[in-house]
Design a protein around this ligand. Sequence first.
Ligand code: ADP
Length: 354
Amino acid sequence: MSTVQLVGLRKSYGNSEVLHGIDLSIAEGEFVALVGPSGCGKSTMLRMIAGLEEITGGEVRIDGRAVNRETPKQRNIAMVFQNYALYPHMSVRQNIGLNLKIAGLQKPEIESRVMDAARLLDIVDLLDRRPAQLSGGQRQRVAMGRAIVRNPAAFLFDEPLSNLDAKLRVQMRSEIKALHAKVATTSIYVTHDQIEAMTLADRVVVMNQGRIEQEGTPIDLYESPANLFVAGFIGSPAMNFLPARTGAGGTEARLGDGTVVPIASRAGLPADRDVVLGIRPEHLEIVEAAPIITGIVEFVEPTGAQTQVSLKVGATSVTALVQGIRQFKSGTSLGLRVAPERVHVFDAESQQRI
Ligand code: ADP
């Protein structure tokens, strides 16, 4: 188990810089998820930590030691890929033990480490099968087994679940979490799926265009997104954004049509400032009397436990998520309320949270 530190990490391909100086410290045993849209630089960063990609600038440190010039093997980091990279002609036992064999360990030692990993992952009865005789989830466990036997300084996961169907993905997510609870190896997990990141990680790092937008616990990111990008990226369905202008006193803002939305008082909120109000769909309540905002129903999507209602508030599309099965006709007018402390306020120009 080790610490991993990135200091001013940069990466260029030719003239194009794709990572612009990343600073990140990962504690021993911590599970950190890197999340962001496709192309933001997540995989590149992971590959640089693993030693599979040259470092253009800055440093990768493992346990405080700069490893820029070390080979992947010297770094002793285990990478779990989405395609598992299992050898089809080898048994599960041979696949798990392969790296130990290459490292020159003796047979009894290999056998005992493979058994320990197989017990931990509950795949003892699969040890003599070939990868083709395994389900997707079982292959994933074998890939994890191969990583675990090496007793690595850290695990790196590159979208390991993206090949699996939805049900299996949820199951494997729980398994990875349970496994981390057992072995507590420092883990860095790349995904574009914010729900995966939020459910798995102790800390989530949100990236965008080669930069870190925000890092924090899942709850921090959900409750206090630092800017519009993070606010829109974290949470599903996505946060609603309503253009508005602050009133005097810092306790209200007005939408374009003059609708007044009460907001929790914030020190230093300037009056007459163009802002964007952020309201999560689950914080909009549909009310019969005394609405704050009025919307026209566009369509309704029941999912059983919840109903997602899409509305127009002026020219802005707004989603409300309500509990249970509810029916509303499209074209009808609905009243909405939100608690003032649930309204996020962002500066329209800088896009930062106020
Ligand atoms: P992510 O994992 O977040 O989807 P990547 O790390 O794969 O993003 O890519 C980051 C950026 O670097 C993208 O713009 C991508 O096109 C570029 N890139 C990745 N690999 C190479 C490469 N070998 N040569 C040139 N550009 C690359």
